[in-house]
Design a protein around this ligand. Structure first.
Ligand SMILES: Cc1cc2nc3c(=O)[nH]c(=O)nc-3n(C[C@H](O)[C@H](O)[C@H](O)COP(=O)(O)O)c2cc1C
Length: 332
């Protein structure tokens, strides 16, 4: 007899029906994926990262499929409609014109900016909109991979910058829970993650793409117009897996906040590995480009795995990793 398994994921009190989160920038502005995927069967959709002003993004080509199923390189350049059009058109027009609040899954609003002030304005406005529309964005994610204009580095790159950002943003986000999304190149990622947790982040998303490049040697030209871009997909999974494992351990005794693990989830095993390393939910981005319905097969695979492990709740397996199995060392 098959067991009934609860696949719910709890992100700082916001409960997702399943742990599968469509990653920022890979699922349209808000609800475009609804054309190909039943959104009532995913945990959450993340919006495209929204900036204060509209952005056209970089020139084409800006997406590249890598050989050998390594993943892809993108250099979209944060193309998005900007805050005003996002609230007036995208939010209002979602769910066939009924608005974001009518969407059948949780919606995470992703916020990006090029100054502290910009993050504050975008986050405050989206949070206010959410309060006025039935809490339609219960989670607000800060994409801190944008360069800080003042110092030229990413906001997520140091504990000091993250603290400065959260000191300004935390007070204006009154209803949504705050997620901080850190990229895999963050120096001392567990340390920066802890700084974010102590500065008021309710959850973390680890991680983002890794800086990368590809060259067409016959044409002797870079393959994306921006010359370099961000690597995502299977190649980044082992890197982010280690970050999730180490960050969970670092936070454990001080301020254990939930982690969304994002990077290279193509099959249920990739997601299961993240859960065992300590993630409460998993993001899927590149996987959607290969198969837009992959969140459903990943969820089914996870469900069977939870049952095989003799558990009734996926959450029981979060961080439940055993030590390595070793045949030991030969004497002599
Ligand atoms: C085409 C594309 C656009 C993206 N846009 C954003 C974005 O706007 N904001 C953001 O936080 N991450 C963005 N990302 C990063 C993804 O959300 C995700 O963190 C990353 O791709 C790693 O996950 P994956 O290996 O499953 O794709 C983008 C990724 C891709 C491939």
């Amino acid at each position: 007899m098959s067991r009934i398994v609860s696949m719910e994921a709890d992100l700082a009190g916001v409960v997702l029906r399943t742990p599968l989160v469509l990653a920022a920038g890979t699922a349209g502005v808000i609800d475009e994926m609804a054309d190909v995927l039943d959104l009532s069967r995913v945990g959450a959709v993340t919006t495209k990262s929204i900036t204060l002003q509209p952005r056209a993004g970089n020139d084409w080509w800006r997406i590249l499929d890598l050989p050998g199923a390594a993943g892809m390189i993108n250099a979209i350049g944060l193309a998005n409609p900007g805050l005003d059009a996002f609230l007036e058109h995208a939010c209002a027009g979602a769910a066939g014109g009924e608005g974001v609040a009518a969407m059948p899954c949780r919606v995470i609003a992703s916020v990006a900016g090029f100054s502290v002030d910009e993050y504050v304005k975008v986050a405050a406005n989206i949070d206010e909109y959410s309060s006025a529309h039935g809490g339609c964005f219960p989670l607000l994610e800060l994409n801190v991979s944008c360069p800080n204009v003042r110092s030229g580095v990413e906001f997520g790159h140091s504990a000091g910058l993250i603290r400065e950002l959260l000191e300004a943003v935390r007070p204006v986000v009154r209803s949504a829970k705050l997620v901080v999304k850190l990229g895999p190149m963050t120096p001392d990622l567990p340390g920066v993650a802890l700084a974010a947790a102590l500065a008021g982040a309710d959850a973390l998303n680890l991680g983002n793409t890794m800086p990368a490049m590809s060259i067409d040697v016959e044409k002797r030209r870079p393959r994306v117009a921006n010359t370099t871009g961000g690597l995502s997909g299977p190649a980044v999974h082992p890197v982010t897996l280690k970050h999730v494992y180490e960050t969970r351990r670092k936070l454990a005794e001080i301020r254990p906040i939930p982690i969304i693990a994002t990077g290279g989830v193509m099959h249920w095993q990739d997601a299961a590995a993240y859960i065992l390393a300590g993630a409460s939910a998993v993001g899927v981005g590149t996987g959607l480009f290969v198969d837009p319905r992959c969140p459903l097969s990943i969820t089914r695979g996870l469900e069977k795995w939870v049952a095989r492990q003799g558990r009734t709740r996926l959450s029981e397996l979060v961080g439940d990793l055993l030590p390595p199995e070793t045949p030991g060392r030969e004497e002599g």
